[in-house]
Design a protein around this ligand. Structure first.
Ligand code: 0L1
Ligand code: MG
Length: 253
């Protein structure tokens, strides 16, 4: 089957919130082919009128890398349709089996291209915000191989951002508390994101270069989960508080 056809399969699954078998069950895909499928599936979204507004980093904690048996992070694309306004609700029926994880987001004021240091990456940042990513693997039982998850836009599905803050706030070790229904459910530190979320930003610049891309001024970069992800169900209210950065929240209906 052509990569185009596989891109249509994952895009349809995402668009209709329908679970699908893993592509790897029937196709021996390389990581490069998986990123090509991701690009083609996002191109379908852009053709429907969505706009590319940034990138997300995934598998940014050591625990998740070990679990997947990989030693590098993965990335996916963010479109404007994936953004949930702070405090708004998401409709459960638009997802297959969504989960939420606490993150830090960066807004870029300058492009970043290829290999950059942590300092160079942070110098390109206009603002930082508390953020949550709603991940939703389109594969049955949330089970996948590495090429599967990359082809499926690294499980990215939606995201919510709090207020933007000055980049002079060091995001290297900020306390993060995610609550569901008013009960703290995940407590962690931004240091769990590759030791410093800025390292994830630098890694994003390096990784997208392999696909001939650069991180653009004005883009939002989601640095990756600081804790394990939590399953979402209708009726839940979810809130994240990040030390010095503030809060962000959404509901599931
Ligand atoms: O954002 C993430 O770290 C998720 C990446 C894909 C793996 C998963 O869906 O848990
Ligand atoms: Mg994430």
């Amino acid at each position: 089957m052509a990569l185009d056809e596989l891109a249509r399969t994952v895009d349809d699954a995402s668009r209709t919130a329908t679970e699908i078998p893993q592509l790897a069950e029937t196709h021996a895909l390389s990581v490069d082919e998986a990123y090509a499928i991701q690009a083609l599936s996002i191109r379908r979204r852009l053709e429907r009128g969505e706009k590319l507004i940034g990138m997300k980093m995934g598998l940014t904690s050591r625990a998740k890398m070990v679990q997947m048996g990989v030693s590098d992070v993965i990335w996916g694309r963010l479109t404007d349709a994936m953004r949930v306004e702070d405090g708004d609700s998401i409709e459960f029926k638009k997802f297959v089996h969504p989960r939420v994880e606490p993150e830090i987001a960066f807004l870029l004021k300058k492009p970043l291209e290829g290999r950059v240091t942590l300092l160079e990456a942070m110098n390109a940042v206009e603002a930082v915000a508390p953020a949550m990513e709603i991940i939703d693997s389109r594969y049955k039982n949330f089970k996948f191989s590495l090429p599967d998850v990359i082809a499926d836009n690294s499980s990215s599905s939606a995201f919510v951002l709090g207020t933007w803050n000055s980049p002079s706030i060091d995001t290297g070790n900020l306390g993060m508390v995610m609550q569901i229904g008013g009960r703290p459910i995940q407590i962690g530190s931004s240091a769990a994101i590759l030791g410093h979320p800025g390292r994830s930003l630098a890694a994003a610049s390096r990784l997208v270069a392999a696909a001939g891309l650069r991180l653009e001024a004005g883009w939002i970069i989601m640095a990756g989960g600081a804790t394990a992800a939590e399953k979402l169900l209708p009726g839940m209210s979810v809130r994240l508080d990040v030390e010095k950065l503030g809060r962000t929240a959404f509901n599931v209906v």
